[in-house]
Design a protein around this ligand. Sequence first.
Ligand code: FAD
Length: 284
Amino acid sequence: MIPAAFEYHRPADMAGVIALLEEHGDDARVMAGGHSLIPMMKLRMAEIPHLIDLQDVAGLKGIAVAEGRVTLGAMVTQHELIQHQGLANTAPILREAALVIADPQVRYMGTVGGNVANGDPGNDMPGLMQCLDAEFTLVGPDGQRTVAARDFYEAAYMTEREDEEVLTAISFAAPSGGYAYEKQKRKIGDYATAAAAVILQKDGGTCAAASIAMTNLSDVPVWSDAAGEALTGTSVDAAAVSAAVQAVLDDIDPVEDNRGPVAFKRHVAGIILTRAIQRAWGRA
Ligand code: FAD
């Protein structure tokens, strides 16, 4: 389908972006890679009279790995996440997750900022960023602020970001320990039926800390404190894994859709989480 008519803006700096957002309010939307927004406009699920392209805005690109912290510019593409060697060494879970997003064409255009800002429960990066305890930097008319990924998501497509704010960067402490990103999807290029991001710290034979987040099993990503606690202090034996799975099942709230009924999604969530925990523990 063809989207409704819109005016295309391409400001050269952030001040220009924010001025346009203030001028047009709810009638304006920023565009990053356009691979979530344009399909929504074509399907007439979103009508945006003013589209503000972020491509020419300086300072939104770049991957920095320094002093134990990783910072990603909002306009870094999923392809760039996969290609970056420093990131592969420091936070390989990003590469593992980005590789199961869509297909190469989408990954060349889709950005990490667009993926987390969108608020689509099917997007893979929000749950991963909650697992990493990332912070999102937002810039707006009142200046800059940071919001924890774990506090950012309110409901499907509704986030802590105000209409006149732009997400400029994502940052998190370089993770240590074992990691895994597991995703079940119907076919290449599909969104998750269920996905799990897991990071485990190992001390001797014991799990010293665990961070677990699930994707597309609620209207927001689900970081499960209880699931992490179920593994912490254990040897990640079968009983502990089963307790973690039960904790996640208590936290998620999937709905029936073309990926299956609720009982199937809960079953898949358990399998995917079990695999992710086992792989992360094997790598820890
Ligand atoms: P855009 O489409 O440009 O923007 C998306 C939304 O975020 C818009 O509302 C926009 O206003 C807002 N936005 C963008 N950037 C900012 C910013 N810096 N600050 C504030 N707001 C901003 N994603 C997955 O995670 N997993 C998948 O399996 C997957 N499969 C896909 C399959 C197909 C066929 C397609 C077309 C897309 C798929 N996607 C998937 C989505 C893809 O990864 C998107 O590119 C991504 O989610 C959004 O990034 P974008 O840069 O394209 O954002």
